[in-house]
Design a protein around this ligand. Sequence first.
Ligand code: GLY
Length: 356
Amino acid sequence: MEKVTVKASKTYDVIIGTGFFDDAGSMIRKTVGGQVAAIISDDTVFELYGKRLINSLENSGYRVVKHVFTKGEVSKNTETYLSIVEFLAAEKLTRSDVVIALGGGVPGDIAGFAAASYMRGVHFVQIPTSLLAMVDSSVGGKTGVNLTAGKNLLGAFYQPDLVLCDVSLLSTLPQEVFADGMAEVIKYGMIRDKTLLEVLGDCSLVALSDIISRCIEIKRDIVAEDEFEQSTRKLLNFGHTVGHAIEKLSNYEISHGAAVAIGMAVETRAAVSMGLCDESCLDELIETLQKHKLPTSLADLPDKTKYNAKNLAEVCLSDKKRDGDSITMVFPEKPGSCILKEIPVGELEDIIALEL
Ligand code: GLY
């Protein structure tokens, strides 16, 4: 087992390993204590892993309660959020009790926001079950839900007390959901460590553990430097400006990973056109995305006319990455190194159009 310690407004451990899920109860008890453990999960993940987690928590002396919602990004809304906090209140959770997110990015983000806001903050543990959640969303304290106007527009920075990444839980992931997580791994490769792009062929559990640990180390360093996304943390948004707009325009039918993959390709094509990086950088990105069966262009999307530069730019204007009249975008200089660039909002459409 490996431990990565994140030092932010809260200091906490991320444990990465294989086959320790049934010890979650004792690990959580040791870290946060409390009497009640509230599991927040979606129906698919709860069916697979809920019973084992309940047993483990009960064996460690917790009274366990659960709130399970319908799987998918469409559930990441204020209605689900309110049903969770009402549930916590009905179960009389106190500030010394613990909310546990069991699942991918959606349960993690929504449970985290519930934990951040219920009674102004209760203990919070993340047990990610998708690659995407392990390498990205469970670490770093971004929590929230979508509003009608856009993705993650309501939320809080709220660091967990503990993150448990049992890589063996990934064995039940469908291929396309696994590929979604690979898009975020490729993002880390592009922004900080090009060796990640090279090792991605080996998907054994041991190799995966190492890859996940490396991504979490990169995130640890970035979050320690800029927890509240004033500067360096914006690098983690590579591919996300266009990516979030694609997700929103598709009514969340296009997955986060696929949207980010296209977003990275669009933003890198723009970087080549602006003379910020060489064509070889784009080639390496495209080749790596294709190796993992991820889309690489807006032309790969089902309804090509909907995802035009004008519509995408318009959605970007409601994104929280916008700051007044400009939006900070991330562009690669070469694999393993990206830069931040302020783009006047009026130029966004032309930049996205560079890809078409
Ligand atoms: N997912 C990007 C971040 O945590 O900053």
